[in-house]
Design a protein. Structure first.
Length: 174
């Protein structure tokens, strides 16, 4: 392989290793202005988009240990790397794909696991990381809150019984 292509493979591998998740998307038929708009939207979500040759991408992905399906590397492909929240980047891709029918998911690689195009699209439907953490925290706090309520109810019922007993004693004495 020529030195330029070896350098491209090394650059692609570095991008794959530094990203939290990456997507392979189709982009056929996009104008240069549309593609620039797509890149700007991705940059706002901490993502990058690069057009990469499939053969070089496959070699770089193999160097990182990802086993990609052969049918995903057919036709023109763009690599979208999520440097931050992968769900935000997936939402940008889906939103742009709805406006431009030529943009769509081919696959996603999240923490070393290869996801199909359907699974990649489902990532866009997930709540943000902060919302998921808040929901998880709520699930952890729920049993403790229920335990406190049960214990408080038992103490309250004992207090009501004692209060009722004292009232009855006072009424009998009077």
């Amino acid at each position: 392989m020529r030195p330029e292509k070896q350098q491209l493979v090394a650059d692609i591998r570095t991008m794959l290793e530094s990203s939290t998740c990456y997507f392979l998307v189709t982009y056929n038929g996009l104008t240069a202005a549309d593609f620039e708009s797509f890149r700007i939207d991705l940059a706002e979500a901490e993502g990058e988009c690069h057009v990469v040759p499939n053969r070089l991408f496959k070699r770089a992905a193999a160097d990182t240990g990802a086993e990609l399906p052969a049918d995903a590397l057919v036709g023109d492909s763009a690599l979208v790397a999520a440097l931050g929240d992968p769900i935000a980047v997936a939402r940008v891709i889906r939103k742009f794909g709805r406006a431009h029918k030529d943009v769509g998911f081919k696959l996603a690689v999240l923490e070393g696991a290869v996801c199909s195009s359907e699974e990649a699209a489902e990532l866009a439907d997930l709540p943000s990381r902060e919302v998921l953490l808040a929901q998880f925290l709520g699930l952890l706090q729920a049993p403790m809150g229920q335990l406190v309520s049960v214990l408080n109810a038992k103490v309250s019922s004992i207090a009501y019984v004692l209060s009722s007993y004292l009232d009855k004693q006072e009424n009998e004495a009077a």
